[in-house]
Write a protein that binds this ligand. Structure first.
Ligand code: ZN
Length: 164
């Protein structure tokens, strides 16, 4: 873990050696990091739940629309990740039960890496929850979402594997 302190130099705040103060994404990264250290056994599950809850109102709106093409709904819902400012996604359909979601320019894992260095494990549990909720709602069954590789591990993009 890197030293990540809030310092005041004269009247200016410095956070994790970055001038200018704390941005919203930094706060989110910090919360994740503290939860990871404080509650290593439960934080992954809980952050997934937060991700799921976060997308629920958006999903409801989409499912209510007339479009019945599940893959189309899936793609436009995954587009929401970009609108939320979390990065860009690309969906790969492997078969009826297996999907891959690639996350490019993921703001959260990039910032995590910047603040706390290269991570051993994947860090996008919130994103797993968002993806899980998306698939569960569209296909009306319980999906399994696993983040296989992560930008926070120094990889180019995050790869999520979904089984329904
Ligand atoms: Zn990741």
């Amino acid at each position: 873990m890197n030293n990540c302190n809030i310092k005041y130099i004269k009247d200016k705040m410095e956070f994790c050696k970055m001038p200018g103060g704390i941005m919203a994404m930094d706060i989110f990264v910090l919360i994740n990091h503290s939860l990871h250290n404080e509650y290593p056994d439960t934080y992954k599950k809980n952050l997934r739940l937060v991700g799921r809850e976060h997308l629920k109102p958006i999903i409801k709106n989409y499912i209510n629309k007339r479009n019945t093409d599940k893959i189309k709904i899936l793609k436009s819902l995954l587009e929401q990740i970009k609108i939320l400012g979390l990065g860009t996604t690309k969906l790969l359909v492997i078969n009826k039960h297996k999907f891959i979601v690639n996350l490019y320019k993921g703001t959260f894992p990039n910032q995590y890496k910047k603040l706390f260095g290269i991570q051993k494990e994947c860090v996008d549990h919130f994103m797993c929850g968002i993806i899980e909720e998306t698939f569960d709602s569209i296909f009306n069954k319980k999906s399994q979402v696993i983040e296989k590789i992560c930008i926070a591990q120094g990889k180019k993009n995050c790869i999520f594997e979904i089984t329904i």
